[in-house]
Design a protein around this ligand. Structure first.
Ligand SMILES: Cc1cc2nc3c(=O)[nH]c(=O)nc-3n(C[C@H](O)[C@H](O)[C@H](O)COP(=O)(O)OP(=O)(O)OC[C@H]3O[C@@H](n4cnc5c(N)ncnc54)[C@H](O)[C@@H]3O)c2cc1C
Length: 298
């Protein structure tokens, strides 16, 4: 093992040469030289300082449910908060949750406490931090609807940023413009409601997802953002790409905006299909489809 590994491992649990395919829901990607699991804010700060000092690139990832990683190895550190940053504190109708907590687990916990607002998120296989970063949403609701403030590590300091300063809009936040900021926790303003009513809505959403999304195949959710006033899936349907395949990557026949890893797809096969769709949609409709998923390590 190299010197950096030893130094990182002294601060927090570190693993070498872990597969990014195993850290992402799409199951595509090379290996990351280091994967670090900080336990505290202080450990995180020490890790970032060390990586910066050694000029080693790093990336915080949640459940990897929005990432298309290249097949190349990442000669840097992946920082994962989902192992230790999962405290949840409920104070009346306000929830404070650490960034590594599963948003599904949080939605279920909120329902048990009779707190409404996260029903839309109960089927999103993500961390709290990832959903804040993406302003994840569904069924006309999104994280920004309930976020009061976000606890962030930036420029070596810890700060609470009020929601109005987070630049939230459709699948967008200020955090996408500041790759070096790390979301550590979020405070959510919930609404009291009967637990049974919340659970019924979660169940209804779950059934809708099961009926409409290819949840039994590896994917990164919706590949394209919906252009203003349009549905990306309808445009893809319109170019006749439902079920269309390129190597191991396939447009889901269940949901055209999901491109699944149907059979050991490579990152190149996957992106080739994404670009083919963008080109055909542009030719037929004059619309530029923008990706919702993020490319990492290309
Ligand atoms: C089956 C399926 C269904 C989905 N359904 C939906 C849906 O209904 N609505 C929706 O909006 N999305 C959906 N998605 C997409 C995805 O789950 C969301 O975009 C989610 O917000 C990503 O969270 P994550 O924790 O997996 O983040 P990752 O994919 O790990 O990371 C995404 C980005 O967030 C950044 N990031 C993650 N954590 C932090 C942090 N703590 N601090 C700073 N940056 C961070 C990463 O660096 C990266 O740039 C779905 C995906 C799948 C596979």
């Amino acid at each position: 093992m190299d010197e950096l590994f030893d130094e990182l491992n002294k601060i927090s649990l570190t693993k070498a040469d872990q597969s990014l395919a195993k850290m992402t829901t799409l199951q595509i990607g090379g290996k990351a030289a280091y994967t670090v699991y900080p336990e505290t804010d202080v450990a995180l700060d020490m890790i970032i300082r060390l990586l910066k000092e050694k000029n080693v690139p790093y990336k915080v990832i949640g459940k990897g449910s929005d990432l298309l990683c290249s097949d190349h190895d990442f000669n840097g550190a992946v920082i994962k908060l989902d192992r230790y940053f999962n405290d949840v504190i409920i104070n009346d109708d306000v929830i404070t949750a650490q960034a590594g907590e599963s948003i599904i687990a949080l939605a279920i916990e909120a329902a048990k406490h009779g707190l409404s607002g996260l029903e839309f998120a109960a089927g999103i296989p993500a961390t709290v931090g990832g959903t804040v970063y993406m302003n994840a949403g569904a069924y006309k609701s999104c994280m920004a609807d309930i976020i009061k403030e976000v606890f962030v590590y930036r420029d070596g300091k810890l700060e609470w940023i009020p929601a109005k300063e987070c630049g939230f809009s459709y699948r967008t936040s200020i955090f996408q413009k500041h790759q070096d900021w790390i979301i550590l926790a979020v405070r959510l303003q919930m609404q009291p409601k009967e637990p049974e009513e919340i659970q019924a809505l979660i169940e209804n959403r779950r059934m809708r997802r099961m009926a409409s999304q290819p949840l039994n195949q590896p994917s990164c959710g919706s590949v394209f953002r919906n252009p203003e006033g349009m549905n990306a899936w309808e445009l893809i349907e319109g170019i006749g790409y439902r079920g269309h395949r390129h190597g191991g990557a396939e447009v889901s026949s269940k949901h055209c905006n999901f491109i699944v890893n149907a059979d050991h797809a490579t990152a190149d096969e996957y992106i080739a299909l994404v670009e083919e769709i963008q080109q055909k949609v542009k030719e037929k409709y004059g619309v530029e489809l923008k990706t919702e998923m993020e490319k990492f390590n290309w």
